[in-house]
Ligand binder design. Structure first.
Ligand SMILES: Cc1ncc(COP(=O)(O)O)c(C=O)c1O
Length: 460
């Protein structure tokens, strides 16, 4: 039947389920009581379908069983050993992956541009992070790919490293050579977790990027809500088809960190999302998106003072520079003059994230705005003279993030904190990559780049 059909059936006013008297949770009882004003926001249908496990009638399978079938179908679509639906974002998939394979003091090689949830995973597992710095592009002020040769060197020097965690695509769309990294991981018998939160369309259109699923990473985590049209925070956790990971252990890890009251409307939205992406219509929509973006990029490149980042990048991420303007200035003009909102800007560049909902009309609007900005007179400085702020120092860890949580902290003025150990993570959002980690020694770079007056350090 499928989760979507089940909910359709339940939502029906005349259904036996809606007419039943419930002395169960949730207490709105299929929308018989709705908190005032919420019907205007969510609509009563949401409540009609928001159920717990309910008793069925003959031959009827409850939502739990439908979920199991639905995930099995998804696993077939993606060609995985198992696929799990997530209603707490890629965050929960990354945490569950780490909890499945890492034990206290296990060494894990982590790309320094990872999302903050990887650092939460370190607190939960008490694993020992070894950092690998991705390539940094000074001209664009962004981190790019992780070099597979450097990963290989780390694994040779430290054969007790148990797992690798990389982000591909990066927040800015930079793709790492996941195929080579997966091969190295297999050869060295090391687990590979790929944060593919921004790559949920890859499986359905290989021209956008290479999915870690197609190169047999052990874990691949994708946010449906970022590029694939899903609602916040729907996501998927996939286990590679050939991986040795025990699927039951993954389920146990998910059970540790997820609710026992799942939202079936959200889970059904995941099922419908996958149905659409894998359908003819869905694939055609993605192909149109790719064409529209390619056309947009070609047209934009006709302006000599506008540049688009295109080195091995996910095509749906549009990273732009305009000579003489900082990314922040472009962002201000776009919002205030053209009512266009970007994803993120830095000193050098500005990022636009496209997804399944990006239309050619919207891209045209952006094109016209960029064209007009490219003809404006820049304020003053030459952009290339501005130093990018984001290149980070190599972390020196005194304690693991878990140990740091157990230690006492004291507040200190940031400028007096050189050599102290940070108690917390300092995480600008977006892109939610920590500038400073719990347990990390504060270096001059941190003092120069963190925008806080006080900081909590470990009391020593
Ligand atoms: C690279 C990356 N990984 C993971 C996440 C977490 O994803 P979610 O919001 O689905 O939990 C994000 C969210 O911003 C991200 O940018």
């Amino acid at each position: 039947m499928g989760l979507v059909n089940l909910l359709k059936k339940i939502k029906n006013k005349t259904s036996r389920f809606r007419r039943r008297s419930y002395f169960t949770t949730p207490s709105h009882h299929m929308g018989k009581f709705i908190i005032p004003k919420m019907d205007e926001i969510l609509g009563e249908y949401f409540y009609n379908c928001d159920i717990s496990e309910i008793e069925g009638i003959k031959n009827f399978e409850g939502p739990q069983k439908q979920l199991v079938h639905s995930q099995e179908n998804a696993s077939e679509v993606y060609g995985t050993k198992a696929t799990f639906y997530l209603t707490n974002g890629s965050t929960s998939g990354i945490l569950a992956s780490m909890l499945t394979i890492l034990r206290p003091y296990d060494k894990v090689l982590i790309a320094r541009n990872c999302h903050k949830c990887v650092y939460s995973g370190l607190v939960l597992t008490n694993a020992l992070p070894i950092w690998v710095m991705p390539n940094y592009n000074e001209n664009w002020g962004i981190y790019e790919y992780v070099n597979p040769n450097i990963i290989e060197q780390f694994l040779e020097l430290q054969p007790d490293i148990k797992a690798i965690i990389i982000t591909s695509p990066s927040y800015y769309g930079a793709l790492s050579d996941v195929e080579k990294i997966a091969r190295i991981a297999r050869e060295k018998n090391v687990y590979l977790i790929v944060d593919e939160a921004h790559g949920a369309l890859y499986k359905f259109d290989k021209t956008i990027g290479t999915s870690a699923l197609d190169v047999q990473a052990d874990f691949c985590i994708e946010s449906l809500h970022k590029t694939a049209g899903g609602v916040n925070p729907t996501a998927l956790l996939h286990i590679g088809f050939e991986s040795q990971i025990d699927v039951n252990e993954v389920q146990k890890s998910l059970d540790l960190i997820t609710t026992s009251s799942p939202s079936y409307p959200m889970l059904a939205s995941i099922e419908a999302n996958i149905d659409f992406l894998s359908s003819k219509k869905g694939k055609a929509k993605i192909a149109t998106l790719v064409n529209d973006i390619e056309r947009f990029k070609k047209r934009i490149l006709k302006f000599k003072n506008v540049h688009i980042y295109s080195q091995n990048n996910d095509i749906t991420k549009i990273l732009i520079k305009i000579d003489g303007f900082t990314g922040f200035e472009i962002s201000d003009i776009l919002l205030n003059k053209f009512n266009i909102e970007d994803e993120i800007a830095n000193e050098k560049s500005i990022l636009f994230i496209c997804g399944i909902g990006t239309t050619s009309r919207k891209l045209n609007k952006l094109y016209n705005a960029i064209r007009k900005i490219s003809k404006m007179k820049p304020k003053a400085q030459e952009c290339d003279e501005i130093l990018a702020q984001e290149k980070q120092v190599y972390p020196i860890m005194k304690y693991t993030p878990f140990m740091t949580k157990l230690l006492h902290g004291v507040k200190k003025p940031l400028i007096e904190s050189l050599g102290c150990v940070s108690k917390d993570a300092i995480v600008p959002y977006p892109p939610a990559t920590p500038l400073l980690l719990p347990g990390e020694v504060i270096q001059k770079w941190h003092i120069d780049n963190i925008n806080e007056e006080f900081i909590e350090v470990v009391a020593e």
